[in-house]
Design a protein around this ligand. Structure first.
Ligand SMILES: [Zn+2]
Length: 329
């Protein structure tokens, strides 16, 4: 089923390329009213582009045509592009994706396109990646039959943006791409990027201060755990039901019992859940232990309401600072 679908979209992409290539020798900056056309697969890079292309100085849409493929509130790991999405990618001057196991569809799409005039950024290429980790008490996902040859690739944790220091490196790469695509406005982008990086550094310092002043260094998730880079950065240890990209949401009784025992034994005050998921497991653990159930937002995607209100990575992470403070007290 999936194969037929991908074949269909690569045919569409090829047709688009064949019909479009003659008049498009160099589409950079000319493809949309003199603006750079940028496509981001998911929320973090979409938000980083907004910061670099607009900042506090002007609306980002003055300089770029920016789109996010993942619809707000939808699940990022099971995303499949529509034919319209393929065309959006083909028209991009800059295309930004993550490059992990959820993006296996990307390479097949890009191979079917003329990407000579496209700048392509994979977030995972801009930072030092680490392997996804299975810690004590965590349920390992059963490996799907058809993914045997992607096992090695899948071992790297894709949630690189969850560390604000990684976000700094990603923002630098985005700024470089904007500057070379639209050199006339390079100073503007550089200044925005510098301002934004200062905010990310401040955020990083706030997390560090919370951890330095904390009573404990262990966090517990009644959920998946997409915070490997975040935990590494601040020296936190963690227990969780599933690794970050697991598609499992129903834990075994043993997994829940393990997390309940950990919380009781160490008198951990908070059990975390992540955004846009099923909060049931964290709810059960909270009921059994008296721990408070709180959100630690991994920023894969945001709700429709947050999207309409213009919520940013920094906003969501500021809330994380407060919730982490409560969890480590
Ligand atoms: Zn994830």
């Amino acid at each position: 089923m999936k194969r037929v679908f991908l074949l269909t979209i690569s045919v569409i992409a090829t047709l688009f390329f064949v019909s479009g290539c003659t008049q498009k020798k160099n589409n950079r900056v000319q493809s949309g009213n003199g603006k750079i056309t940028i496509t981001a697969t998911i929320f973090p890079q979409y938000d980083f582009v907004r910061a670099v292309a607009g900042g506090s100085r002007q609306p980002f849409a003055d300089k770029v045509n920016l789109s996010m493929l993942l619809p707000p509130a939808s699940e990022s790991h099971s995303f499949e592009p529509t034919p319209k999405d393929i065309i959006t990618i083909q028209k991009s001057d800059i295309f930004i994706y993550v490059g992990g196991e959820s993006d296996e569809w990307v390479n097949r799409i890009l191979e079917s396109m003329d990407t000579r005039n496209m700048t392509i950024i994979a977030l995972m290429d801009t930072v030092d990646v680490v392997e996804e980790e299975i810690v004590e008490g965590m349920e390992e996902e059963a490996v799907a039959e058809d993914s045997a040859n992607t096992e090695e690739e899948a071992a790297y944790d894709e949630h690189v943006w969850t560390s604000p220091q990684n976000a700094v490196r990603i923002v630098r790469s985005i700024a470089d791409a904007l500057c070379s695509a639209d050199n006339a406005n390079a100073d503007f982008y550089r200044q925005n990027a510098d301002d934004y990086i200062a905010q990310l550094d401040e955020l990083d310092a706030e997390f560090q201060a919370v951890v330095n002043n904390a009573k404990r260094k262990t966090i517990v998730f009644g959920d998946r755990f997409p915070f490997r880079y975040f935990a590494d950065r601040y020296g936190l240890s963690y227990f969780a039901a599933f690794p970050g990209c697991s598609t499992e949401t129903e834990p075994s009784a043993g997994t829940v019992a393990f997390l309940i025992d950990k919380i009781k034994a160490e008198k951990i005050p908070v059990v975390f859940y992540i955004e846009l998921g099923n909060e049931r497991m964290a709810g059960t653990i909270a009921e059994e232990t008296g721990a408070e159930k709180l959100l630690l937002h991994a920023c894969h995607n945001i709700s429709k309401k947050d999207f309409e209100n213009g919520a940013t990575y920094i906003d969501l992470m500021r809330q994380n600072v407060e919730n982490l403070r409560r969890a480590l007290q």
